[in-house]
Design a protein around this ligand. Sequence first.
Ligand SMILES: Nc1ncnc2c1ncn2[C@@H]1O[C@H](COP(=O)(O)OP(=O)(O)OP(=O)(O)O)[C@@H](O)[C@H]1O
Length: 676
Amino acid sequence: MQEKGNLSINSENFMPIIKKWLYTDKDIFIRELVSNACDAVTKLQKLSMMGEADIPAEEAYKIHVVLDQDKKTLQIIDNGIGMTADEIKKYINQIAFSGATDFLSKFEGKTEDEGSEIIGHFGLGFYSAFMVADTVEIDSLSYQKGAEPAKWRCNGGIDYEMEAGERTERGTTITLFIGADGEEFLNEATLYAAMRKYCAFMPVPIFVDVLKEETEEEKASAKKAENTVHVSPEEAAKLTTEGAMDLLQEQQDAAEEAKAEEPKPLNDTNPLWQRKPSECTDEDYKAFYHQVFNDLNDPLFWIHLNMDYPFRLKGILYFPKLVEQMDMMDGEVKLYCNQVYIADNVKEVVPEFLLLLKGILDCPDMPLNVSRSALQNDGYVEKMNAYITKKVADKLNQLFKTDRSAFEGFWDDINIFIKYGCMKEEKLYDKVKDILLLKTTDGVYETVAEYLEKNKEKHENVIYFATDTNQQAQYIRLFKEQGLEAAIMDTPVDKPFVSFLEYKNQDIKLKVQRVDADIDSLQEKEDAEISEAKKQADEFEANQMQELFRAAVANEKLHVKLEALKAEKVSAMILLSEESRRMMEMMEAYANNEEFKAMFANMKPDETLVLNKNNKLVKALLSMAGKEEKKEDAALLCHQLYDLALMSHRPLTSEEMTAFIDRSNLLLEKLTAFEA
Ligand SMILES: Nc1ncnc2c1ncn2[C@@H]1O[C@H](COP(=O)(O)OP(=O)(O)OP(=O)(O)O)[C@@H](O)[C@H]1O
């Protein structure tokens, strides 16, 4: 037996769904109701343009949000299209029947842009009012000739009442009788905050009025001010009665003028991102940035996104100045849909690497779900990502090509973003790989290719880098003395970026090594022909030193090498192979992971202490070796040299530092003893 029928919804269960499940934040009712009011105006404008509605050209469309704290009501009043009683029944009583969609289908093809600015979509937003109100009233007068005002009232259950309305002018008044759940919105500041958050760029002027009873005191002082003529004692002396009258008149005129001046709307109906880039000045971009992101610094530069096909996307992305390195993860990308604020930093929509920037993206075609808080699918997002990535890469390349010195000037601020972006978005790397800069210890900015070319005689396809110019000053000095240069890579993104660069340049077997990873380029070239006897003598000395140091620092596994370094002043340095250092860094990063810790429990850094044969102290140490009476001093010296080398390599632990200071004092004491 076959049966067919209509599915039905139990409307009694519907309200709790709206209240509890649909929207994440309560203040969203503001967005929904004010955007409905905007839609009402947009629809009327469209009808007027099509010749379907007779509206004077100078009509001032606007929305008022009126808070009455005494009556505990919040009203959203527009002078848009309005609704007849039948339309209220159709669009409001039928839940999930959208008047917006109905409007679009009715006028399809009649307008140029197919009504694309209309925000409503699902026919649910209105009911978000019940998240904060016990009772909601609609009072509406349609634009249609001869329409009668209609009133609808519902207390959040499944029953509604309808009667003749009171509106005498076209448009709609939604009145929310705020209940216990929405009391915070009776607070002026809370209301303003929500209005600014969601409505700051909506397309119709919005005014907020807060009705308060004037206190007796306020009334009295207002009256006094009205009747008071403010004149200086000199003026008073000069004034005739007639003059005083003139002055009073002037003041009253000024007061009248001030009264007549239109209050400013809360929102900017034509935000910068909606304008043509050619019409916006640098000052406009900066002022907009300061206003939206509350950042007193000017942005470095920006990208105005303006795309119509195959999908619509407008927006401005700003590259901010980093105040401190800690700011780097603190981007702010605001997502809008037809000038209606959706959310900040929506990970599913905004390419992850952009989250380090500040900006606004307005994507009217975005497939938002019913609550507008999440996305329905990601096909659109992929396309958008690709477009934005291309725009960002184009801007960076254009800057590099047309004004390299400005690009270099920005590098310290933008390198984190670019490096992070390259690792997150391969397409970005492909497009900017040739303009990635290395800032060298000489303060020069070079592209990777330039650096490699310049240093190819000294170290082919190797990039040396320093992670901390203070700590590694010793190594950097050595590098400089040898006419070598290292890149400064001192931000957290540099750690993974180093491996990433190697990975991406496997074809040339690129090695990216920290300055303390090897000393190949710092060594004097040995004579090709070394006698067997010399070799044996060198080996003997090296073993002697290794024993001395192992005993002095109580580390049986320490490797000690004797090398002839070009820089005489350097006594000793610690080398840690690049692989070993990266492994240690990884262990630090995963210090809380027990499994990982167990796996590498026995792993020790592969450290080598290099002693410089050309250094006087090392020479002295060599002559002390094997002499019984010098044993104690030699041990002291060894430990001190070891610590000095260690200090250039990594910070000492507190115990190491205490021992170092004690030993330094002891050595100084010995020095004074020599003097005495
Ligand atoms: N201020 C208003 N003036 C005129 N019509 C209105 C107004 N508010 C609501 N409506 C009508 O009621 C319908 C339903 O509103 P509702 O907010 O529930 O859904 P929507 O705006 O169509 O879609 P969404 O759920 O995406 O907001 C609207 O489409 C519109 O036709």
